[in-house]
Design a protein around this ligand. Structure first.
Ligand code: NAP
Length: 294
């Protein structure tokens, strides 16, 4: 079957795990006439060329010029500089999107730079691994996962529909959400779990050497699952916490209260309370398996 690709030229800015997975998926499904790539890292650009992920540009302007769709897939901390740097090169009618894990801060940093006539439709695929870089990506990463699209007020609905079509075509289920709601939902489903994992693993590593070796040796008892999450990219996660501060602090307050309640239940031997809580959480796991998100 030969049909027109969804987009003419797609520019990918940042060719790490998410950018390179998108490049592979877009190519596999024939969604772009051509793919142009820019990454600040010389190594990443060389890897992208070697892996034939698209045409590699040595400059940001070279990648963005004439692109019908520009996808930013760098850590969020880079956005404040990227906005003014890429804005003058955006083509009228182009769609500018991103894959960043926080949405209000992205709109704050990029929004003011988006020129008249360019459609700004931020997005976030709820898909990833603890690995980074262009070699870690794979075309199936987004299959069966949610992609959230957070258009700003006044966005042309046709641009939102085209972006939704891209995510559907790479296998995702798509949901449109308010940016602030996105940030609250992700604070509890993703950001807090990562913070807990980072903290548990760090607490363990601060114990004396003899205990540390036993932490590794007996890690299968639960600790191991936290170490996978705590191996996630430090730059990316630093930027997430700095840019979703309000929502994370809010949910962290709630969590700290609940943790204190558990501490109290253990201290006072309230077995029923512990059992009830653990039974409720077990049902959540079953619901996730039923929703095929396990
Ligand atoms: P990654 O594998 O670390 O790749 C990011 C790439 O962007 C790196 O090659 C980096 O180069 C490059 N870069 C940094 N600043 C740049 C700039 N100013 N211009 C061009 N390239 C630049 O990261 P990732 O995991 O793909 O994450 C990318 C984005 O996706 C993040 O915003 C993250 O929030 C979001 N996201 C990630 C996941 C996940 O699980 N990983 C899931 C959903 C969404 P250097 O290495 O030299 O800095």
């Amino acid at each position: 079957m030969t049909s027109e690709p969804l987009f003419g030229r797609v520019a990918l800015i940042g060719i790490g795990l998410i950018g390179s997975s998108l490049a592979r998926a877009i190519a596999q499904h024939g969604l772009a006439g051509d793919i142009v790539i820019f990454d600040a890292s010389v190594e990443a650009r060389a890897a992208a060329a070697e892996l034939k992920l698209g045409q590699v540009s040595e400059t940001l302007a070279g990648a963005v010029t004439n692109a019908d769709l520009v996808i930013i897939a760098t850590p969020i901390g880079a956005y404040a500089d990227l906005g003014p740097a890429l804005a003058p090169h955006l083509k009228k009618g182009a769609i500018l999107t991103d894959v960043g894990s926080v949405k209000q801060a992205v709109i704050r940093d990029l929004g003011p730079h988006v020129p008249e006539g360019v459609h700004f439709v931020p997005g976030h695929p709820l898909a990833g691994t603890e690995h980074s870089g262009p070699r870690a990506g794979f075309a199936e990463l987004f299959k069966g996962r949610w992609a959230i699209v957070t258009p700003v007020p006044g966005t042309d609905p046709a641009a939102t529909e085209r972006l939704k079509a891209l995510w559907s075509a790479v296998g995702s289920m798509v949901e449109v959400m308010e940016p602030s709601h996105h940030d609250q939902v992700l604070a509890i489903t993703s950001h807090l779990p990562h913070l807990i994992a980072y903290t548990i693993v760090d607490t363990a590593t601060q114990l004396e050497t003899s205990t540390q070796s036993e932490v590794i040796k007996f890690s299968a008892t639960g600790f191991r699952d936290f170490t996978r999450i705590a191996a996630s990219d430090p730059t990316m996660w630093r930027d997430i916490f700095l840019n979703n501060r309000e929502a994370v602090l809010e949910i962290l307050g709630r969590f700290t209260e609940d943790l204190t309640a558990m501490q109290r239940a253990i201290r006072w031997g309230e077995g029923d309370k512990l059992f009830e809580t653990f039974s409720r959480t077990r049902a959540v796991r079953r619901a996730i398996i039923d929703a095929k998100q396990a």
